[in-house]
Design a protein around this ligand. Structure first.
Ligand code: HEC
Ligand code: HEC
Length: 474
């Protein structure tokens, strides 16, 4: 999979830039006063303006999630941290969604089962990467489609759409209490690179076409542990463990995320609640830019996502999803809808706590938040420089990944979202918007050690636990 990069082909694509013009004539950067020391009345006026723009974009306060019964949360926490859900019992959900790393892994692309170490120091003996970046698990109750390509979602009528189709029976469907996030945990356990492995255990022997047999085998494993049987029966009063399926486990993991990883107390949230002094003047100015530039056309609604898919011109690298001539490309949303115009489109991420969740984008192309914001300014030129290894950010990618950059400049720009055409920002605007991004951090998200259990019912080591096998930096 780790073939040589085809950077040479890039030279040929350099001519494309002419098509896009320099963008400065129809710049979208709003006017910004050079002086940020505003008088009291100027500051009040700025706050009022931000409020007005915000309302115009449908950006309202993010509510609290639905209440989840504590017995369900307890079961979900145990399952999320328990390596028993992986084929060879060597990786849990939270190995890639580390509490110490804001529920990510601080890697561009994750590394799954069969590997050692955590976070930045995790290594796989065969250099195997997961094709995409591990997104944070914050406020998942507010996200309608899940995964970068939205391949799992619940429609307005309440019907779930997933790649597993009829393998998820109507009886299982009735178990999901919290929308899309209740059904998602059914999937990582079936993935061989992430959790199940190609060999060495009874789950690995099951054909990829029969996910229901994988879920059954997991329940068999869990049923051998008395503590789990009790936890399932407490979480679902009146039901016997024997009558339950892994849908019950999946729903519980969703309940744990929804209950423990809801964050809506950032300075921005306090501002929305009426406190004009919650954000700094620079952050207010950044918020104004965010609302009046095009950011909030896509990052809108209470969670700052339109729950839709766009191509914002990021470089592609890593093993890919089997797309394109060499199979190393990732067509994103097109993989789900089959619509060619949606090639390279990915779900607009929710932005709360974004300061804590580097690297950014579906393949973690940027480690620096300011650089990601800056990427929107003349993104066609930025992408070209990135692919030509002339962008300092590309040097932050680990060599194994940098060597797999796909020279697909023309292809990516062909479906780039038209909203990005003509976008140009001054460095000052980029600074201000970046400061606004930091106003989205809920202080309670800075330390998540409280969600990590000291032990799990299987007795297997808990990654990230104090005194456990965790070896990541805290
Ligand atoms: C090997 C690392 C790894 C493991 C193990 C893992 N994940 Fe993930 N997770 C990822 C990656 C990578 C993605 C993005 C995949 C995509 O979008 O195609 C992801 C996406 C998600 C999402 C979607 C979030 C969003 O914003 O759409 C959720 C929820 C999630 N994982 C929960 C889990 C649960 C629950 C488990 C255990 C059953 C788990 N993960 C195991 C790496 C991992
Ligand atoms: C055309 C819609 C659109 C516009 C306009 C837009 N974004 Fe995005 N944003 C996205 C999508 C889609 C992604 C994910 C792209 C990917 O991974 O390929 C994203 C990713 C991000 C990320 C990375 C988040 C993460 O968790 O990885 C940040 C930060 C961000 N946008 C901020 C902004 C800012 C600031 C602006 C305005 C300058 C802006 N966006 C304008 C759609 C948009």
């Amino acid at each position: 999979m780790r073939t040589k990069a085809m950077i040479g082909a890039l030279a040929a694509s350099a001519t494309l830039i002419g098509l896009f013009g320099c963008g400065e004539e129809n710049a979208t950067a709003p006017e910004t006063g050079a002086a940020l020391e505003l008088s009291k009345s100027e500051r009040n006026a700025l706050a009022a303006e931000v409020r007005q723009l915000t309302a115009g974009r449908g950006i309202t306060a993010l509510g609290r999630p639905p209440r989840v019964r504590p017995t369900l949360v307890r079961l979900g926490r145990a399952l999320a941290f328990d390596k028993i859900l992986s084929g060879n019992r060597d990786i849990s959900c939270m190995t890639c969604h580390l509490a110490a790393l804001a529920t990510g892994d601080f890697r561009s692309l994750s590394i799954g089962q069969g590997a050692t170490g955590l976070g930045a120091t995790r290594v796989h003996p065969d250099g195997v990467f997961i094709p995409r970046n591990a997104p944070p698990l914050f406020n998942l109750f507010a996200l309608k489609p899940l995964f970068w390509d939205g391949r799992i979602f619940q429609d307005g009528a309440g019907t779930f759409h997933t790649p597993a189709g009829a393998a998820i029976t109507p009886a299982m469907h009735r178990v999901f209490e919290l929308g899309t996030i209740s059904i998602l945990p059914l999937f990582p356990v079936t993935n061989r690179e992430e959790m199940r492995a190609a060999s060495g255990n009874e789950l690995a022997l099951i054909s990829d076409d029969h996910p229901e047999q994988i879920w059954e085998a997991l329940m068999k494993r869990l049923g051998k542990i008395r503590e789990y049987r009790r936890m399932f029966e407490l979480a679902y009063p009146g039901q016997r463990f024997e009558q339950m399926t892994f849908a019950h486990g999946s729903n519980a993991i969703g309940g744990f995320f929804v209950d423990q990883l809801a964050f809506n107390n950032s300075p921005w949230d306090q501002f929305l609640a009426g406190n004009d002094r919650a954000m700094t003047t620079v952050q207010l100015q950044g918020a104004k830019n965010f609302m009046s530039a095009r950011c909030s056309i896509c990052h809108n609604g209470p969670a700052l996502t339109d729950n839709l898919f766009h191509n914002v011109a990021l470089a592609q690298f890593g093993p890919g999803k089997g797309d394109g001539a060499g199979g190393r490309d990732d067509f994103g949303r097109e993989r789900v809808t089959g619509i060619a115009a949606e090639r390279y489109a990915f779900r607009t991420p929710a932005l709360r706590n974004v300061e804590l969740t580097a690297p950014y984008g579906h393949d973690g192309a940027f480690f620096d938040l300011r650089a990601f914001v800056d990427h929107y300014s003349e993104s066609h030129l930025k992408l070209e420089k990135f692919l030509a290894l002339q962008d300092p950010n590309v040097n932050l990618l680990e060599p194994l990944l940098r060597n797999t950059l796909l020279p697909t400049l023309n292809e990516v720009l062909a479906t780039r979202d038209p909203l990005l055409t003509g976008v140009f920002f001054t460095p000052q605007v980029v600074d201000e918007v970046t400061e606004f991004m930091k106003a989205l951090t809920d202080p309670a998200a800075r330390n998540l050690q409280r969600i990590v259990p000291n032990r799990v019912p299987s007795g297997l080591p808990v990654d990230g636990a104090r005194g456990g096998s965790g070896d990541e930096d805290d």
